[in-house]
Design a binder for this molecule. Structure first.
Ligand SMILES: Nc1ncnc2c1ncn2[C@@H]1O[C@H](COP(=O)(O)OP(=O)(O)OP(=O)(O)O)[C@@H](O)[C@H]1O
Length: 366
């Protein structure tokens, strides 16, 4: 699989095709925060965007809702949204405050955040807020809307939903507030739920419960889900597919089992070796944090974005941007190690054939 081989099928809900996002500023050069991102969101499936802070995950997600700051533009690419009414809309061409975009936002696509108070009003009860959302989207009277609100609160696991509907957000625990926000996001029966680090601020038990809940709601509602996280453990829990982002580039993407079993990009491998494992022997517990920090997009190397921190960087890496290379049907990465016969040999990578090493996957090579 490479970005170019994504095929639309009847379960395809949204296709990001080569989308770049640029921020301008009056006294500095433009910043290309996201470069040629390309992925497909499928009904009933979850794609996780993972990477360190500042790599472009939130900007990518907010672009889908056209919720970017005013100095942002999309100089290239298409965001093709096919909600099943026979129409496909290129969201990249819509004005952020147009009627068409407003009818997609909060209607066909909902978003939940790390901090529920960014969606919930502190001065209204959660029931009143969910009622209002339902009244906007369904042909119900106030009594019918309240019945539906209670049903939704029950569905997201709020105990004593009838009484809790009359609570203000500050009267609920962090986990319950998160559930109330999820209920509100689901009130419009969205085709796509975008979740931006929704469990980061929660304790591990509540985090596990919310991940479980999101997974079962996705199945029940048949939604597609785009899940943003910096935590590979969460990716393993929730995602079917993962896209690893570094400095605005997707550097590796594929089926979550394949990427975890056989990561091919040095950045993905570095991320994986920097997470703690229960099985690590006590005296070998040392983790391997990634050296250095993510450079600013203003100082992005002209070649591979990861060059400055890559332990295997060689001659073309600083100057030539690697193309996507398929390493199996459902997995690709952007790395010269996978295509250059002169590249240093690295254990576990699917590199071009030299004597005694496996060949790179030939199906899709670009
Ligand atoms: N309005 C803006 N003007 C200029 N640059 C911006 C603007 N908004 C975002 N950026 C830049 O875009 C890049 C990507 O930011 P983004 O918030 O998407 O990162 P992220 O991966 O979601 O990080 P985090 O996990 O911290 O939220 C960053 O370098 C950020 O500084």
């Amino acid at each position: 699989m490479t970005p170019q081989t994504h095929m639309a099928n009847d379960k395809t809900l949204l296709r990001m095709e080569d989308v770049s996002i640029v921020f301008s500023s009056p006294d500095e050069a433009d910043i290309e925060a996201v470069r040629q991102v390309d992925f497909t969101l499928t009904r009933g499936k979850t794609l996780a965007l993972v990477g360190e802070s500042g790599c472009g995950k939130s900007v990518t997600a907010r672009t889908i809702l056209r919720l970017l700051d005013k100095n942002a533009r999309i100089p290239s690419g298409r965001i093709l949204f096919s909600p099943g009414d026979g129409e496909t809309t290129d969201i990249a061409t819509l004005k952020p405050d147009s009627t068409a975009m407003r009818s997609i936002r909060g209607n066909k696509i909902s978003m939940i955040f790390q901090e529920p108070m960014s969606s919930l009003s502190p001065v209204h009860t959660i029931g009143a807020q969910i009622d209002e959302m339902i009244l906007l989207h369904e042909n119900l009277d106030k009594k019918g809307a309240r019945a539906r609100t209670i049903e939704l609160l029950e569905q997201v696991g709020v105990p004593g939903a009838r009484q809790r509907a009359d609570a203000y957000p500050f009267q609920l625990s962090g986990g319950l507030r998160q559930r109330a926000m999820i209920a509100m996001a689901l009130a419009c029966k969205p085709d796509l739920l975008i979740a931006d680090e929704p469990t980061t601020a929660l304790d591990v038990t509540t985090q596990a419960q919310i991940l479980d809940l999101l997974r079962s709601l996705r199945d029940e509602f048949g939604m597609a889900m785009l899940f943003i996280t910096h935590d590979l453990g969460v990716v393993a829990e929730i995602a079917d597919e993962v896209a690893v982002m570094y400095l605005g580039d997707v550097v590796e993407q594929g089926d979550v089992f394949e990427v975890f079993k056989s990561p091919q990009h040095p950045y993905t491998r570095a991320l994986m070796s920097s997470i703690p494992r229960m099985t690590r022997h006590a005296d070998r517990q040392r983790l391997n944090p990634i050296q250095g920090s993510v450079p600013s997009p203003k100082n992005r190397p002209s070649g591979c974005a990861f060059t400055t921190r890559c332990p295997h960087a060689f001659e073309p890496c600083a100057s030539v941007r690697p193309g996507p290379t398929g390493t199996s049907e459902n997995h690709w990465a952007r790395c010269h190690l996978l295509t250059d016969p002169e590249a240093p040999r690295v254990d576990g990578l699917i590199q071009p054939q030299v004597e005694g090493t496996p060949n790179a996957y030939q199906g899709d090579r670009t």
